[in-house]
Design a protein around this ligand. Structure first.
Ligand SMILES: [Zn+2]
Ligand SMILES: [Zn+2]
Length: 837
């Protein structure tokens, strides 16, 4: 051990690397195996290692999860705090292409840099569990799970219009399209028809939605998932199509038209109570009926319109910013509830993939229908009247009210008519109550190189054949020229030695699937791999998973709310249904950090030139000061701007702790504190209160107030340093342990200098006596015009407002007020209240 000196200054650059080395040598953060302690699995989102490295913004995720891990170790838990790399996928491949470095090499290099930076900030990961999703030992099991889903009917191939990013040369899942652009390169996304692999996430829509009520997640993330799943209850009913009227007009026409013998379509509505107000119906441009029912006079217009819609993305079509348009088919449909003929339009805001691909339109009670009706001069029929006042008619009335123009339902509250009309339709046999979801199946194939090959063989005789389990992994061949070619096929399709193979079923010549799996497949199960990364009898070791899972705390940003977080829940449920795990939610508790913006308030980005790296801050101040600052700067979940001036508070605090411990060292050597000082009791109470506050704040993810509590504590001790007693010495020992999860290096150094056993991170977390944490009381002097008139007992933590109120209530004071309000009240906090009358 180093010799302690009572004057040596705090020098983070000397302390920090030394302890980091020692921690690594002694494997201090190795996960304890097979013991009786309770387990705590603390996990950060699986990061994709980018060439830019970590910014201080990323550290706002990694530092808090590190505090929680360290805290739980001291609380006596067996903690697993692992880290791995989401190395496969589009982000890594795009970056590799941009920089001209093969992704196999770049992802390794970048991961090593992340690991270096994480060590630099003192993160306590168990590196013996590090995994990479691009390693064959890992993706073998990603492929295995894909085949399991295939076996369970949850993976299928279909020709489908897909979101195509021409710049990335690949398809994108719906969640990966942001405002009509690609989530990675922000170029416009177009539609294209391709044979694709899908995962049937919709089979779990109900459960994915229902269990959002059972998890402890930030409300805004739950809201995003619920909205994405988009459950709605309604009625689906059938409309029979009639032929075009003589003049192709779009008004109501007496029902004498020619019938299309078998032509009918169904619509879904969440508002059956408005069905009497339907004045037109709309089909999606892709609806199979469009061609059949279009009248000769309208054919050219309809075909032009359909062709234009085909070239648009779904996002563009659904955009609320554009005005809706459509084209009349020349055909009519009959509203089954009242026999009215209504014109049938084609419009691109209706999507074939959602619902039935057709809608009823009620312009009086739906704003989009209203605008459409105004544009094409279609009738608007009010069927629900507001309970209070008249309907102005200048926009749709979408609320509830009283039924009008609705036959037998007139006069009923609309909420009641909802059920009545639904029941009538069911009885009549043309309608049924149903539930619909906005979420659709997960498009999982990518026409790209850098991913796990989809383990399927295409055989002319046998169709799609799964690769046998004992032939996994289907290795991703090393391909120096891995750039997408723009023909909609993966670069693997160019490689005959990869493509040509024998059919596992019949032995005949066959071709391998050349698409790779979406990178989100890899991250949908990685949390199951950490408990035993070497396991080779299955994707995960069932015994270890039973011991560690579900994850006790998951920490990461909201940007994955409807991607990774939804997919991982889906895979977990499918694995549970297979009987491989005994829980259905992988992450019962999720914490999501606010964004750390650059000093200019913008997102930190390399192109913006405003990235602050942990490297530069650690070089200037040290890791512990950076950590304290990141924790202290704002509540964990709040967005905040980087402000380097603010770091001096953190710096001052740790310097103060350092000097307090030097003073305590003198106490111990008998240079002070001979007698019990009058402040002893106060110090002890403060100590217990601080332990309580810090403990409760860590549990509640309130790291900023936990740091504030320690700062106040240090300041209070500072005031005692002229006459430090045994309580002072004891207090600094507790302060060091409280500080250990937050500023692990300085705590370790001070602990060692104090003569404590290695390591402070293996000491037990301080406990408190609740009796000593309750508020203390003080005597408050009450003066009237400067003369003492009363003394009242109040809480030591009384605020000015309360002190003023209590003073004015005093009977003795009221004698001097004579029922008049005081001219002025001066409060000297903690001491006196002076009332001027
Ligand atoms: Zn793109
Ligand atoms: Zn075959």
């Amino acid at each position: 051990m180093r010799k302690s000196s009572s004057t040596e200054p705090y020098s983070p650059h000397e302390i920090e690397p030394r302890w980091q080395e020692r921690w690594a040598e002694t494997a201090l953060y190795r996960t304890p195996e097979g013991n009786e302690r309770p387990t705590f699995y603390c996990l950060d989102f699986f990061p994709y290692p980018s060439g830019a490295g970590l910014s201080v913004g990323h550290c706002r995720n990694y530092v808090p999860s590190d505090v929680v891990s360290r805290y739980h170790r001291m609380k006596g838990y067996a903690v697993m705090h692992p880290m791995g790399w989401d190395a496969f996928g589009l982000p890594a491949e795009n970056e590799a292409i941009r920089k001209g470095i093969h992704p196999r090499d770049s992802t390794r290099r970048y991961a090593a840099n992340y690991r270096r930076q994480m060590t630099l900030i003192g993160a306590s990961y168990d590196w013996e569990r590090e995994i990479s999703s691009a390693h064959p030992k890992y993706y073998r099991w990603t492929q295995w799970i894909f085949l399991l889903l295939h076996k369970r009917g949850l993976a299928y191939r279909a020709l489908a219009p897909v979101n195509w990013c021409a710049s990335c040369q690949t398809t994108l899942a719906n969640n990966e399209v942001e405002g009509g652009t690609c989530w990675r390169c922000h170029q416009p996304v177009i539609r294209r028809d391709l044979q694709q692999w899908f995962l049937r996430i919709t089979a779990y829509a109900d459960e994915l939605l229902a269990e959002t009520d059972k998890v402890d997640w930030p409300e805004h993330i739950l809201a995003m998932q619920r909205n994405w799943i988009g459950r709605s209850e309604g009625v689906e009913f059938d409309l029979v199509v009639e032929g075009p009227a003589r003049d192709d007009s779009t008004g109501f026409v007496a029902g004498t038209g020619r019938n299309h013998p078998s032509a009918s379509f169904s619509v879904f509505t969440t508002r059956p109570d408005t069905v009497y107000g339907m004045t037109f119906a709309v089909l999606a441009p892709e609806h199979p009926l469009v061609d059949q029912i279009t009248s000769p006079g309208q054919r050219v217009a309809v075909e032009v319109y359909v062709e234009r819609a085909r070239r648009m993305t779904e996002i563009e079509r659904l955009s609320t910013e554009r005005t809706c348009d459509g084209v009349f088919t020349g055909a009519y449909a009959v509203n089954p509830v009242n026999g009215r003929r209504v014109p049938v339009f084609v419009a691109d805001y209706v999507l074939l993939a959602y619902g039935t691909g057709a809608i009823m339109s009620v312009p009086a009670h739906d704003q989009r229908d209203y605008e459409f009706a105004k544009k094409y001069d279609l009738p608007i029929v009010e069927v629900i009247r507001p309970v209070l006042g008249e309907w102005a008619g200048d926009q749709a009335f979408e609320g509830e009210g009283v039924m009008v123009n609705s036959g037998p339902f007139d006069g009923q509250p609309s909420a009641q008519a909802w059920g009545g009309i639904a029941a009538t339709m069911e009885r009549a046999g043309y309608g049924r109550r149903t539930v619909q979801y906005r979420m659709r199946d997960w498009l999982i194939s990518r026409q790209r190189y850098w991913g796990a090959p989809i383990p399927i063989v295409h055989c002319r005789q046998c169709g799609t054949v799964p690769v046998p389990e004992n032939e996994l992994p289907v290795m991703l061949p090393h391909l120096p020229d891995y750039q997408p070619r723009g023909d909609g096929r993966s670069p693997l399709a160019n490689l005959p030695e990869f493509v040509d193979c024998a059919c596992p079923a019949c032995g005949g010549p066959a071709q391998r699937e050349t698409d790779t799996l979406d990178g989100f497949a890899c991250s949908s199960w990685y949390f199951l791999r950490f408990p035993d990364r070497e396991y080779d009898q299955g994707p995960f070791n069932p015994e270890a998973v039973r011991h560690w899972l579900p994850v006790d705390l998951y920490v990461g940003g909201a940007e994955h709310a409807v991607m990774h977080l939804l997919y991982a829940r889906f895979w977990t449920k499918a694995l549970a249904d297979e009987g491989l795990i005994d829980f259905r939610e992988p992450f019962p508790r999720l914490a999501s950090q606010g964004i750390l913006h650059a000093a200019d308030g913008k997102r930190m980005s390399k192109s913006g030139g405003n990235v602050v790296t942990p490297d530069e801050v650690v070089e200037r101040y040290g890791a512990d000061i950076l950590r304290i600052y990141l924790l202290f700067m704002a509540p964990f979940d709040r967005n905040v701007n980087w402000d380097e001036d603010g770091i001096t508070g953190a710096e001052r605090f740790l310097h103060r702790v350092w000097r307090l411990c030097q003073v305590a060292g003198r106490v111990r050597r008998g240079q002070g504190g001979q007698s019990r000082s009058p402040g002893e009791g106060e110090v002890r109470r403060m100590t217990h209160k601080t332990v309580r506050r810090v403990t409760e704040d860590i549990e509640a993810f309130k790291f900023n107030t936990a740091v504030a509590a320690m700062m106040e504590y240090a300041n209070a001790l500072w005031a005692q340093q002229e006459d430090p007693g045994p309580a002072f010495y004891e207090a600094t020992g507790i302060l060091i342990r409280l500080l250990a999860p937050f500023a692990p290096h300085i705590a370790e150094e001070l602990w060692a200098r104090r003569g404590g056993a290695y390591s402070v991170h293996q000491q037990s977390w301080p406990t408190y006596d609740p009796a000593l944490t309750v508020d203390d009381t003080i005597d408050l002097v009450v003066q009237v015009n400067g003369k003492v008139r009363d003394r009242i007992v109040v809480s030591a933590e009384v605020d000015d407002e309360e002190a003023r109120r209590l003073a004015l209530q005093s009977e003795r004071v009221q004698r001097y007020l004579n029922g008049e309000p005081p001219k002025k009240v001066i409060v000297v906090p903690g001491r006196l209240v002076n009332i001027v009358v």
